[in-house]
Design a protein around this ligand. Structure first.
Ligand code: GLU
Length: 326
């Protein structure tokens, strides 16, 4: 009798646990944000967004996780295909994907791409080893230069820079297409002479490259052709690399270059409810968010609505209207 009673109790307990878990799962929406390499700023930014969104799990039932990826182009494509719910994407890539140009020339306009908000500025950074004698963009000729990995946002920026000054990546330099996680180590080991990385500051990769025994420096990305490039492209603007974040570099002043915005994108297929919740939680807790990385120091609510060229997702728009931001 006692055995039957115990068995019955166990069944009831197990069933209750099952029912409770089923209810919790049914109420939870799982979302994933595509980011970038582990030593960039996209990866911690995905983590920062997830942290703030997950804090409000009880209210919105959203559980956010982060995926390390190849970067902007990968993220935009994965969001478009429905493989990721959100992605961090350079503003130039957002523009190009929506318009169907550059990497999307053959695929055409990606009409279901939607903007959510901008986060921080990232600048096209060119770091070279001092012993290579590279002091200007023209000096890259004949050198082993990492232009970025396939799927990254910065491969487009480095290509634009080289094209604008008449350097052919196939014949004038020894081009490498390596991930930013590996580039600093290769520079320190003498396997490459310089690398490009469009990234927010401070970035782990640039810090790592600046902290080694081989002396390095940032090369200014300036000149008449670069001015023309920035004027011609709606998504480029002039910026500087703040060198105080990189004590090891040889530069003594902030380094002029150009850059873009890091933006959060999603797809028109993601529900208004989810995008509204993500947008609202970040905007309502912006001060806590800004403390999570020094690259967020200059973020303002108004600034977060700049650099967006795909249509704003209706869920985000609902929040912007409520908050009087639009
Ligand atoms: N801007 C780079 C890209 O789009 C990623 C930078 C980062 O991971 O912080 O691929």
């Amino acid at each position: 009798m006692k055995k039957v009673f115990l068995a019955l109790i166990s069944v009831i307990v197990l069933f209750s646990i099952f029912l409770f878990s089923a209810l919790v799962c049914a109420k939870t929406t799982f979302i994933t944000i595509g980011t970038g390499g582990l030593t960039g700023v996209y990866y911690p930014t995905g983590g920062a967004i997830a942290k703030i969104v997950n804090k409000q799990r009880k209210e919105y039932g959203i559980r956010c996780t982060v995926k390390s990826t190849d970067g902007s182009v990968y993220n935009a494509n994965a969001v478009i295909k429905g493989e990721l719910d959100f992605g961090i994407v350079q503003s130039d890539r957002q523009h190009q994907a929506f318009k169907g140009i550059a990497d999307w020339k053959n695929k055409g306009p990606q009409k279901n791409l939607r903007a959510v908000f901008s986060i921080y500025y990232e600048s096209c950074s060119l770091m070279a080893a001092v012993d290579t004698g590279i002091n200007s963009l023209e000096d890259l000729k004949g050198k082993r230069v990492c232009l970025g990995n396939y799927g990254s946002g910065h491969l487009g920026n480095s290509s634009d820079v080289l094209k604008s000054i008449g350097i052919n990546p196939d014949t004038d330099i020894i081009a490498r297409y390596i991930e930013p996680v590996q580039a600093p180590g290769l520079l320190q080991d003498g396997k490459i002479d310089a690398f490009f990385y469009t990234v927010g500051h401070p970035s782990g990769a640039l810090k790592e490259a600046a902290a080694g025994a081989r002396k390095v420096k940032f090369i200014p990305i300036t000149g008449g052709e670069i001015n023309k490039l920035v004027e011609e492209r709606p998504y480029y603007s002039k910026m500087v690399i703040p060198i105080n974040y990189y004590p090891g570099v040889e530069n003594t002043h902030d380094v002029p270059t150009f850059g873009v915005c890091a933006t959060l994108v999603t797809s028109s297929k993601i529900s208004d409810k989810v995008v509204y919740a993500v947008t609202k939680t970040i905007f309502n807790d912006l001060e806590a968010f800004k403390k999570l990385h020094p690259a967020y120091a200059l973020i303002t609510k108004a600034g977060m609505l700049k650099c967006l060229s795909a249509p704003i997702h209706p869920g985000a728009m609902k929040y912007y209207r409520e908050a009087g931001l639009k």
